[in-house]
Design a protein around this ligand. Structure first.
Ligand code: GLA
Ligand code: ZN
Length: 670
């Protein structure tokens, strides 16, 4: 466990307060009182660290790091590339990002540099390696935090400057070898789009090409490639004088970069989590989204991750920004731990007096010091985290079920001009995941490049695009006994969006053939019967044909497709593959997956049905140590029955047969 305990603390920006020594003194006193043990420093400090080109001023930072060290507080040290000083952008305007429409950005905001620019890379390399030389071997510095939320510049993570265009063309040349291959892969004979020279290729742009999905998706692949390359430069720089592990903070369902690729080169995955708690009184949607995101981060390395940022109170950038109601800070923080985090960190320690995030929740506000509800909740959490560190040390979640979650599929599916323009991959993933969450079944989220070994059940909703080798992997998985569930609009196209012809690539495994997909308006309703109950068919409905050996469990009840299959099952080798030909709601998915989980022998740890709003996860150690988390996302007490015998891992209290959870409570059981 990094740092030897659960990390608790957050972004600390003392550079905003260097002219207020009494504030810096107070910070240290309050940190002790808040039970925090780790601060992230220097994230946006470039202008303070290098006030003039090549003139570094690190003394103030050293004083802060040392002062924290004397108090036993560890430091996550950032490289400052998340925001650029004005002197730099003024002197080197070519470091500024160019938007898709060709307009070069002005200085301001943050994250808005060209990650290809050699000038930018050199400036960053220099300051990073200088930081590494000065601080890389300090006792209380434990981790490098590269940049900040890479790609997150409010609109588009990519730069379209001439340097980036050239790098894109070279990347394409490398990938396709010849223009013939390239034109074929893109189906460029359509609309006379055949390129006769590499120099004719331009990034997707609103006033240029946006209609070729292969191009829009390759551009995103290239952006990820270039960002990974940029990150590699930062890693090299910080490792020049230090061998500390590196991370970079990822974001909430971020579509701009393929984290499945970005994970390579990082030692630890970390991310920033800002769920919309209290958007409605029913917190289940927010809880499911946060849980899925935590699982994505954990699954990237199948190791504990770090929650690098969260708010102890409210955010300040949504249309309306509710504060966390009593109990939610504890619960949402424990949720991160329950899903595999080894930290709870905040943005930020102290609210700044001015500028964009002056109203974003922080541990210390503008007034009242430690005498606030937020501060007390943070201190209370800190005490608990310290106490349970030993319990979770060396453990991580090891689920038996997995969902395919793949960025390249996400891009292709949503960029394509298909049956509906409003298809949302994330919404569909979450609909399916919610059935698992409600059942208290933890789940990994894996890309098509990952191994399926060790899972009993794999769900692949809206798996439109198949990467090379994926069908073979699934075939082997099912053959060896796995349960595989996939849906309508799956197995349609390859990696450059060329449709498969003849059969579905998994026709032999699924035992079906697809004929057509209908995207009707709301007036053309249909339904199907499953397990004796009627469920509505959603607004994507395939007409499929089942093979002779295929079981048809549900058929359309009405209209021209009446009697045609909706839910099918097909045995293949020792396993079984399921196909859902129509979109369907939570009411159906809940029942459908309960059946599949039972067949696959997967149950929740408590071995009982959970009340609505309650879920369960489990962290397991190499030594077989198991810690069970039971969470109630309802703002009222609930009773869970039929649980057998358990001991509260913190209080030692025994539970026989049932247990009560308070509103927004999380308990840990052994
Ligand atoms: C992101 C950023 C932080 C801060 C927070 C809160 O996660 O990394 O710098 O802006 O959001 O808004
Ligand atoms: Zn550029």
């Amino acid at each position: 466990m990094l740092g030897g305990h659960i990390l608790h603390g957050g972004d600390y920006n003392p550079d905003q307060w260097l002219d207020c020594p009494e504030i810096l003194e107070e910070d240290i006193r309050l940190m002790k009182e808040a039970n925090v043990n780790c601060m992230s420093l220097g994230i946006f400090s470039w202008a303070r660290l290098e006030p003039e080109e090549g003139k570094y001023d690190f003394d103030w930072l050293e004083q802060i790091i040392d002062r924290l060290g004397r108090e036993g507080i560890q430091v996550v040290l950032a490289t400052p590339s998340g925001a650029m000083p004005h002197w730099l952008t003024q002197k080197y305007p070519e470091t500024m990002q160019v938007q898709a429409d060709g307009k070069r950005n002005l200085s301001g905001k943050r994250h808005n540099f060209c990650y290809t620019s050699p000038v930018m890379r050199e400036k960053i390399y220099r300051i990073d390696s200088a930081l590494s030389e000065r601080f890389g071997k300090k006792d209380n510095v434990i981790l490098w935090h590269l940049s900040n939320e890479l790609g997150g510049n409010f609109a588009d993570s990519s730069c379209h400057c001439e340097l980036c265009q050239e790098a894109f063309r070279n990347w394409l040349k490398e990938k396709y070898g010849t223009l013939d291959n390239f034109n074929h892969a893109y189906w460029n004979s359509f609309w006379s789009h055949t390129y006769s020279d590499w120099s004719q290729i331009h990034s997707p742009a609103p006033h240029g090409e946006t209609t070729t999905t292969a191009l829009t998706v390759d551009w995103k692949r290239f952006v990820t490639h270039q960002m990974s390359d940029f990150t590699r430069c930062e890693i090299e720089a910080v490792h020049e004088h230090s061998d500390l592990p590196v991370t970079t903070n990822f974001m909430y369902f971020f579509r701009g970069l393929d984290y499945g690729k970005m994970r390579e080169g990082l030692d630890i995955i970390s991310w920033d989590n800002y769920p919309f708690w209290h958007k409605t009184k029913d917190e289940v949607q927010a809880a499911v989204r946060a849980a899925a995101n935590h699982n994505i981060m954990r699954s990237l390395k199948k190791q504990p991750f770090l929650l690098m940022e969260s708010t102890p109170s409210a955010v300040s950038w949504r249309g309306f920004n509710p504060v966390k109601r009593p109990g939610m800070h504890m619960l949402s923080s424990m949720q991160a731990i329950a899903h595999g985090s080894d930290s709870v960190q905040y943005f930020q320690w102290r609210k700044g007096r001015g500028a964009f995030e002056q109203f974003h929740g922080a541990v210390v506000g503008h007034k009242n010091g430690s005498n606030t509800r937020t501060f007390r909740q943070v201190a209370e959490l800190g005490e608990r985290l310290e106490a349970v560190s030993g319990l979770i040390d060396g453990t991580v979640n090891r689920p038996k079920a997995a969902m395919i979650f793949d960025w390249e599929n996400w891009w292709t599916l949503e960029d394509v001009s298909g049956p509906r323009q409003d298809i949302s991959y994330i919404d569909c993933i979450l609909d399916h995941y919610q059935a698992f969450w409600e059942a208290g079944i933890d789940m990994d989220f894996v890309t098509m490049d990952d191994s399926l070994e060790g899972y009993s059940l794999v769900a692949a909703p809206l798996n439109y695009m198949y990467k090379q080798g994926y069908a073979e992997k699934v075939r082997e998985f099912v053959e060896k006994g796995g349960t595989y569930v996939t849906t309508y609009f799956s197995g349609i196209a390859d990696e450059t969006d060329l449709c498969f012809t003849g059969h579905h690539p998994l026709a032999d495994v699924l035992g079906i053939e697809q004929e057509e997909i209908d995207a009707p308006s709301d007036e053309f309703t249909n339904s199907f019967c499953y397990g004796g109950k009627e469920y509505a068919a959603g607004n994507l409905r395939e007409l499929i044909h089942a093979g002779e050996e295929t079981e048809v469990l549900s058929v359309y009840s009405e209209d021209y497709v009446k009697g045609e299959p909706v839910v099918t099952a097909h045995s293949f080798g020792k396993g079984k593959a399921w196909y859902l030909a129509a979109a369907a709601g939570e009411d159906f998915l809940r029942v459908f997956y309960a059946d599949r989980l039972k067949e696959a022998g997967i149950g929740n740890t408590l071995g009982t049905e959970l009340p609505y709003g309650v879920t369960v996860t489990e962290r397991i150690g190499n030594d077989g140590k198991r810690i069970v988390f039971v969470m109630n996302f309802r703002n009222e007490p609930v009773t869970i029955r039929g649980i057998g015998s358990w001991t509260d891992a913190e209080s030692g209290k025994k539970y026989e047969g049932e247990l009560q959870l308070d509103a927004f409570e999380c308990i840990m059981l052994q």
